[in-house]
Ligand binder design. Structure first.
Ligand code: P6P
Length: 346
């Protein structure tokens, strides 16, 4: 594989495959440049005034870290002027952010979690920026939140940048998954993997085990079978990883397989899950499917879900196809059992 820059990769994809219109190429390059800026702040750590809490809350009611706010501002400022965007949406902002009238408007909508896994910032564990690109549909003037509420299968592009031992940008435009490692000497993202493939089977699961007692039966069944090991129904031993940083857990799965679950649980039964559909689950689902994996909410393909709200949450089960299919089948079997139960006496 030729070690080419992100720019050359995008130009070749545009020239040979016609998959990346120039506005989308500009958008991806601007996001990549913003991620380089974020990496500089993240890597400063305690040497810069970037650690700890910002003493503010986001729309989710979560206390923001200073780097959450910094990363959000970097992405907003980098993308406002280019003319490629109509508007942006972020985990850190209540409402959508329109491109100021002084700049030209484009056809794309950019959504992002500017710094996912921020609970890991202060303890030097990998974190990342997740982004999703949609097209503004229709020829109406102006943009509203409604324009963003499209199922994930309509994404034009998706990716993340992981700030770990390496700073790596992982990208799909619907033609497979490519990985670009930041060369700090030249300041360029360099192609280091393409046509990424997730093995269909795995022996590694990623879930926060402390929530076991709160899970629905199908999830409990799946994990208990994994824990039973080679003497149990799965006939093989499993390993567990949980970094509590979705970008890092998904990156591992793209690199060597595995299943990641943040399922619905009964702690807050009115919530579909913890993770957000529009700027966490959908972009990760696009990447995972493009790498031959699978992503469901236990019942349906994540990328087929019709969003009702910008910040809505979803149950996430993604990774090695055969494992995700098994968990999804367990949900269906439970549903079938439930359906066959006589209606509870009134
Ligand atoms: P828990 C990080 O805050 C995050 O949104 C994901 O990156 C991660 O997978 C999950 O939450 C971790 O949640 O409940 O295990 O701390």
């Amino acid at each position: 594989m030729k070690r080419i820059s992100l720019t050359q990769y995008l130009v070749e994809q545009q020239r040979e495959h016609g998959r990346i219109p120039s506005q989308l190429r500009l958008l991806i390059e601007v996001v990549a440049r913003a991620c380089k800026r974020i990496a500089i702040s993240v890597n400063k750590g305690a040497l810069g005034d970037v650690m700890g809490s910002a003493d503010t809350e986001n729309v989710q009611g979560e206390v923001q870290k200073k780097l959450d706010v910094i990363s959000n501002e970097v992405l907003i400022e980098a993308n406002e002027w280019g003319g490629h965007l109509a508007a942006m949406a972020s985990e850190e902002m209540d409402t959508i952010h329109l491109v100021p009238n002084r700049y030209p408007q484009g056809e794309y909508l950019l959504l992002f979690d500017p710094l996912d896994g921020s609970s890991n910032i202060d303890v030097n564990v990998s974190i990342g920026t997740i982004f999703s690109v949609l097209r503004k549909v229709g020829h109406h003037h102006g943009v509203s939140e409604q324009d963003f509420l499209q199922p994930g299968r309509f994404q034009a592009a998706a990716g993340y940048c992981i700030y770990g031992p390496q700073t790596t940008l992982v990208l799909t435009v619907g033609d497979g998954v490519a990985m670009f490692t930041l060369d700090r000497e030249t300041g360029s993202f360099v192609l280091t993997e393409e046509n990424v493939q997730i093995p269909a089977d795995t022996k590694e699961f990623a879930v926060n085990m402390s929530n076991l007692r709160h899970w629905a039966p199908p999830v409990k069944r799946y994990i208990e079978e994994c824990l039973a090991g080679k003497d149990g129904p799965r006939g093989k031993d499993f390993n567990m990883r949980w970094i509590a940083s979705m970008v890092a857990d998904v990156h591992r799965i793209l690199c060597r397989g595995g299943i990641f679950m943040y399922p619905w649980d009964k702690r807050e039964p009115e919530k579909a899950g913890k993770l957000r559909l529009m700027y966490e689950a959908n972009p990760m689902a696009f990447l995972v499917e493009q790498a031959g994996g699978m992503a469901t909410n236990g019942h349906d393909r994540i990328m087929d879900l019709q969003p009702g709200k910008l910040h809505e949450r979803v149950s996430v089960i993604l990774g090695s196809k055969n494992e995700v299919q098994r968990v999804t089948d367990y949900h269906r079997d439970t549903g079938a059992e439930a359906a066959s139960q006589p209606a509870q006496a009134a």
